[in-house]
Design a protein around this ligand. Sequence first.
Ligand SMILES: Cc1cc2nc3c(=O)[nH]c(=O)nc-3n(C[C@H](O)[C@H](O)[C@H](O)COP(=O)(O)OP(=O)(O)OC[C@H]3O[C@@H](n4cnc5c(N)ncnc54)[C@H](O)[C@@H]3O)c2cc1C
Length: 271
Amino acid sequence: MVPHPFRVERVQRETADTFTLTLEPAAAGIEIRYRPGQFNMLYLFGVGEVPISVSGDAASPVPLLHTVRVAGAVTRGICELGRGGTVGVRGPYGTPWPVEQAEGSDLLVIAGGIGLAPLRSVVYHLMAHREKYGRVAILYGTRSPDDLLYRSEVEQWRGRFDLDVDVTVDHAGLNWHGRVGVVTTLIQQAQFDPDNTVAMVCGPEIMMRFCVRELEDQGVDLGDIHISMERNMKCAVGFCGHCQFGPEFICKDGPVFSYQRIADLLDVREV
Ligand SMILES: Cc1cc2nc3c(=O)[nH]c(=O)nc-3n(C[C@H](O)[C@H](O)[C@H](O)COP(=O)(O)OP(=O)(O)OC[C@H]3O[C@@H](n4cnc5c(N)ncnc54)[C@H](O)[C@@H]3O)c2cc1C
């Protein structure tokens, strides 16, 4: 439960309100080994602690990368830390994306907005182990072109012959000549075998619901659709109950769940 001090090496602005922090352990011998989809608790001294997914390459745990959107006091303070600032880190926590179980299948990685952050580790993993998967599609949607995360990196992914990368925005500006529409429209155009596909979906809850509906319509089994849930949490170890979601604790039973496991809960308001 005790956070380790990490030093901010770099703060990269991704969008107007979202920043990627590169963190190095402040003391020797500290390494946080994580799996794609897991999160750490980041502690800003004197302000508070928040759960943030790791957005880097799990195969290279140092430095640690976290992409943070300013939501309130803690995330604002973290994003305002400059190079040389200190943040406390404890973790990793939570369930990972099922990248090993998905081997041999077609893979759909579907992200909405900042949902690409917890999925970027998946993209790194499957690029490193590309031969283990069938067709791979990365489908990304944001509200506007200004909200696209990791823009130049996504452009590089698009340049690969072994990935189908498609991007859409809800509202185009004058300088956008790409696709316009919600991310579910990309699912309709993606190439995959519904009987042998694993989907990993992360974004706002409403976006995930519509994606699941579309995937189900296309014949993907609900047990093969995985989503990452976000809830307010405090302890991250299944103790305090802040993130309880029916019988599940998002922090230790999730954040990644198969849709089949939590479908009933998602339909209940105020859980
Ligand atoms: C497992 C997990 C992984 C996450 N990964 C990331 C990430 O990679 N990058 C990132 O920017 N954020 C992530 N979040 C969300 C992040 O934890 C919250 O934005 C943060 O806790 C807000 O804290 P705050 O003190 O800055 O704002 P607060 O003052 O606590 O909240 C500001 C506003 O955001 C809402 N809010 C707070 N926490 C959440 C939450 N968990 N989900 C939805 N709304 C919330 C509050 O209701 C309030 O309206 C993740 C959350 C979880 C549970």
